[in-house]
Design a protein around this ligand. Sequence first.
Ligand SMILES: Nc1ncnc2c1ncn2[C@@H]1O[C@H](COP(=O)(O)OP(=O)(O)OP(=O)(O)O)[C@@H](O)[C@H]1O
Ligand SMILES: [Mg+2]
Length: 307
Amino acid sequence: MIALDQVVKTFGQTRAVDGVSFQVEAGRIFGLVGPDGAGKTTLLRCICWALKPDSGSIRVGGFDAGRQSEKAQALIGYLSQRFSLYEDLTVLENLQFFAEVRGLQRQDWRERSRMLLEFVGLAEFGDRLAGQLSGGMKQKLGLALALINRPRVLLLDEPTTGVDPITRQDFWQLIIRQVNQEGLTVLVSTPYMDEAARCHRIGFLRSGRMVVQGAPGELRSLLDGRMVEVTGTPVEALQRLARQVPGVQSAQRFGNRLHLMVEPQAVERVSVQFNELSRQEGLHIERSSGVPSTLEDVFIALSEGML
Ligand SMILES: Nc1ncnc2c1ncn2[C@@H]1O[C@H](COP(=O)(O)OP(=O)(O)OP(=O)(O)O)[C@@H](O)[C@H]1O
Ligand SMILES: [Mg+2]
């Protein structure tokens, strides 16, 4: 449903998207992750042709996004990162406005709006001014707006950033239901690894390049056998010390635990040396053991160019 081949988009000297290729099959959810400024928004804007790429090809539902742009765009629903509602219009009026822009007939949008408000849990709020909705409710209305034209392809740019965890769950349930029931294809950017883990495939962008793509399990396994979890006190001093142990590539803190990423085949050696050094420094290690890597570990390693 979505196929990109060597897409490039520059802004002056900045190569915001630098030769990106990937495909998303129908009825699948593809997650775009990567640090701030990696090019996620630029890529999504190119796909819906809000930005014209410098080179490369983009196809949506088999249509060329540039040469057959009307046909391609008719398939797309897009929720932008900082989308704006008309705050002085009601929820229903916002839906009507978006429906008219997307060319829906009046009898069509009324029924569709009712159904969508029900779907996103805003059925009771049709007459409320959009400006008076909570942040999470605005995101749900945003989703309803993006779905108004019955898109086959949904592009979501960080749809749940700044939204509480329960609303995030609700939001994903809604998306997954659309995917399962209607065969919707979704391309979603997200800073949350628990959300990335729900996608069928994940693409990791860094400096405009897609450096890795694969199923969540495949990405997670990139650091298999290279993560060590350490608990002990004081944890700050242990973190500083860990960074000096040869073979330790990073030492991240998660609450009172340390996650060490070590060079391949170095777990044993690092554990022994770290124990030894901390004893010399008068620090106390309670437990140190190899652990399976998480998507967070992989995200950090990829962001910092260590993978
Ligand atoms: N309209 C623009 N004009 C100039 N530079 C831009 C423009 N839009 C984006 N950029 C630059 O392109 C790069 C990619 O930005 P983009 O917004 O696509 O990143 P992102 O991955 O969406 O980041 P975030 O996670 O912060 O949303 C950045 O260096 C950014 O400063
Ligand atoms: Mg962005």
